[in-house]
Design a protein around this ligand. Structure first.
Ligand code: ZN
Ligand code: ZN
Length: 336
């Protein structure tokens, strides 16, 4: 079982453990290293300490409780672990266990956030915004992408983040046409533009934002691209709300680019869910079957990528409410 899902369901903060959820009991299968941590972080569950490997230990616990049918989390599972599970379930020693593979069962629950989860995400957004503003102030000729990415990460940690949500993307000028550029030694020039994609982890929850900053004068292609992205984003946000198909939010942004002849320059989905992981359900993309529901937190991040020139993406974090959508991030979006 994915660590993040064990935590979501039980509160447990350790690793290399699994949760067995039965009709009357919830059992955390862990080992002596985590005995104390389990009692503190997951007081509501029964703790079973294993001595040998995790997967046979889980099967033993299930048999001991008389379970005959067990669904297991296939999503995120290593093939080698699945192999071990199937083998242990077939062993003659005990009663045979019938296994059913489950896909994204816990992820579907995680997609809708509680009030406490939304508060944690708000905090993560606030920290990221302040760090992003600090990067904007530091942007001047001679500073490198790596300097800016490190500054951003350090500032988020100073402000109370446990870590960045993901390695900060700081891409200058034509390097911004790579949607996931790795920061390198490229230096800011007098007319540079910086694409910064960053987020903070606070209380285990994540934020994810993107802005474009200009050092001084803004070339006309960049201004036009930025206007198109801004319009696409506002159309997508305006279209987001409870009961709306995620693919329709994506389509709202895509239509703007089609109208402006930029359709082929927007190659990724318009957004993704955000929470304990930086990419989680729902998926806002052309083929998504997800439907937005109150309590979901998603990014809306259309972009335009022009190889050899640069790229523009604007990303904000949005809470789906009973009445529509609330943008959690307040940082100005205009090119400055
Ligand atoms: Zn991002
Ligand atoms: Zn994102």
């Amino acid at each position: 079982m994915k660590e993040v899902n064990v935590h979501y369901l039980s509160g447990f903060t350790g690793s290399e453990s699994a949760l067995l959820v039965g009709p009357r009991t919830v059992v955390l299968v862990t080992d002596f290293r985590y005995e104390e941590e389990a009692a503190e972080s997951a007081p509501g569950v029964t703790v079973a300490l294993r001595r040998g490997p995790l997967i046979p230990g889980c099967v033993r616990q299930a048999r001991r409780r008389g379970w005959t049918r067990v669904g297991y989390e296939l999503t995120g599972m290593l093939a080698v672990d699945r192999d071990d599970l199937v083998r242990a379930a077939r062993e003659k020693k005990g009663r045979r266990l019938r296994l059913t593979a489950l896909r994204n069962a816990v992820e579907a629950l995680r997609a809708v956030k509680s009030a406490a989860e939304v508060e944690a995400i708000r905090r993560a957004v606030g920290i990221a915004e302040r760090a992003g503003a600090a990067v904007g102030r530091r942007l001047r000729a001679g500073v490198s992408e790596i300097d800016l990415a490190r500054l951003c990460a350090r500032r988020m940690e100073d402000l109370g983040a446990s870590a960045p949500s993901f390695p900060v993307i700081a891409a200058l000028d034509e390097r911004a046409s790579l949607p996931h550029a790795h920061p390198g030694g490229t230096l800011v020039g007098k007319r540079s533009a910086l694409l910064l994609d960053w987020g903070a982890t606070a209380d285990r929850y994540r934020s994810d934002l993107t802005r474009v900053f200009a050092v001084s004068s803004i070339p006309s292609w960049l201004r036009r691209a930025h206007e198109a992205v801004l319009l696409a984003q506002s159309e997508a946000i305006a279209g987001a709300g409870p009961g709306v198909r995620a693919r329709d939010v994506d389509a709202a942004a895509r239509e703007v680019f089609e109208r402006k002849g930029l359709g082929r320059r927007f190659g990724h989905g318009v957004g993704h869910g955000l929470g304990l992981e930086v990419h989680e359900a729902p998926r806002l993309a052309p083929r998504s079957r997800d439907v937005l529901r109150p309590g979901m937190v998603v990014t809306i991040e259309p972009g335009v990528y022009l190889p050899g020139r640069g790229g523009v993406r604007i990303e904000d974090d949005v809470l789906i409410t009973e009445g529509g959508a609330e943008v959690l991030s307040r940082m100005p979006r205009e090119l400055r």
